[in-house]
Design a protein around this ligand. Structure first.
Ligand SMILES: [Zn+2]
Length: 425
């Protein structure tokens, strides 16, 4: 079974490589239909059956309850013949990608005014995200500034915004956010932007927000994989990794969240095949992005230490505590971690009823090695280092391509949760 799964991953990746781009070089996914297939006790059988569709794309790795499968037009008949217990989650993925790609134009001002909340009504081009952050920092110069931790493989700045309160710049323990390490998880950047926006806009008028920002320095990096994100906008909406090539392989990309130099050498939670979506690299920390992130993380540790780290992802609605590398090991403050994570889940639910599954990353989802949260926990000694998987959850009809109408509710519910967590931890 293991070799069968491995070969299927190879097929899926090869298929991604040969998919024919449209006239502008962009893969359209027109006519691709996606299904949420019930697995449960038939998990192994379902996975085996879908091997007969070599060009179908598996969206999720947490397949205990369901497998989300994107089926190209030419394999739809074969899929239907399998007669699996499934519901449609995209009638036509290409149409949803086109709708999502209807970006609003972002209007900056010379005066660096506070951006309008309409920012959260649509997705945006990468260059506009950069301008948005420059405008935010420009509008709140006493509480924020833009910083850069290094460059991506293709030379883009990996930038962040630093927020601080009444103690002055760099005087408090760090709250540290990463967004969009997986390029196709667009909602993670938007939610990180919403939280940043609310912290800054409400600092002078909301006592609870002021108390939070007076207690911590925030270091918020919305795009730790900028090359991958740009590639999702120019070429392939479903791209996940960075854009690094490797000698001896025609496949592109390393999973930056399997490349951190801690437990990287273990064999159970990442791939050694450059064609796979979870390719770990040739050596621990050998991506330019990871090198920059590790160096910056060390400066936070050496300064005031890290209270909370969150790696923002999508999708599935999970709040994941350490560890990824082991399903039995737990951090020393595990009971407190779970208590806070459950409290966060309760608070998030109060906005729109969105429920998150809470638990250890490996035991709840699947094993991951060389991931950021394990590094932040054991090497950086962050008190809390979590992964949050945003919308959609298992009950709704979407995957990585989340309708723009869900940006604002995603931001609102996570902001409400963050206000609880940051005030309570
Ligand atoms: Zn992810």
């Amino acid at each position: 079974m293991k070799s069968l799964l491995l070969s299927s991953l190879l097929f899926a990746s090869a298929a991604l490589g040969t998919r024919v781009p449209g006239a502008n070089g962009k893969i359209t996914y027109d006519g691709y239909k996606a299904f949420r297939i019930h697995t449960g006790e038939n998990e192994a059988l379902v996975k085996e059956l879908v091997e007969s569709l070599p060009e179908a794309i598996k969206f999720n790795m947490d397949t205990a309850e369901h497998l989300d499968l994107v089926v190209p037009p030419k394999e739809l008949k074969a899929f239907e013949a399998l007669n699996l217990d499934s519901v449609v989650i995209y009638e036509d993925l290409g149409a949803d990608i086109r709708a999502e790609g209807d970006f609003a134009t972002y209007e900056t001002t010379a005066a660096r005014a506070v951006p309008s909340l309409t920012w959260f009504n649509s997705y945006h081009a990468y260059a506009d995200h950069v301008t948005f952050f420059n405008d935010l920092a420009g509008a709140f110069p006493s509480n924020s500034e833009i910083f850069t931790v290094g460059q991506s493989l293709q030379g883009r700045d990996i930038f962040g915004i630093h927020l601080w309160g009444s103690g002055g710049k760099g005087s408090k323990p760090a709250v540290y956010f990463h967004g969009t390490v997986h390029a196709r998880e667009w909602i993670s950047a938007k939610v990180v932007e919403y939280v940043t926006y609310q912290l800054l806009v409400n600092y002078s008028t909301d006592a609870a927000v002021k108390a939070i920002l007076d207690k911590y320095d925030f270091y918020i990096l919305p795009f730790v994989n900028p090359d991958g994100f740009v590639y999702t906008q120019t070429t392939n909406r479903l791209w996940r990794k960075n854009r690094q090539t490797r000698s001896g392989s025609s496949c592109v990309g390393t999973d930056i969240n399997r490349n951190w130099p801690y437990k990287w050498e273990l064999t159970n939670g990442a791939s050694t095949n450059p064609c796979d979506e979870t390719y770990k690299g040739q050596a621990a920390g050998d991506t330019p992005e990871n090198k920059a992130l590790v160096a910056f993380t060390k400066t936070l540790v050496a300064s005031k230490g890290i209270k909370l780290y969150i790696d923002w992802h999508s999708y599935g609605n999970y709040i994941l505590t350490p560890y990824g590398y082991s399903c039995s090991a737990t951090p020393s403050n595990n009971a407190r971690q779970l208590e806070l994570a459950r409290g966060l889940n309760t608070r998030i639910q109060q906005s729109y009823g969105t429920r998150h599954t809470v638990g250890g990353a490996c035991s709840t989802l699947y094993a991951t090695t060389g991931d950021s949260t394990d590094y932040l926990t054991d090497v950086s000694k962050a008190e809390f280092a979590w992964t949050i998987e945003l919308r959609p959850g298992s009950g709704t009809s979407n995957g990585f391509v989340l309708p723009a109408a869900q940006i604002l509710p995603s931001g609102v519910e996570q902001w409400e949760g963050m206000k609880y967590l940051l005030a309570t931890m």
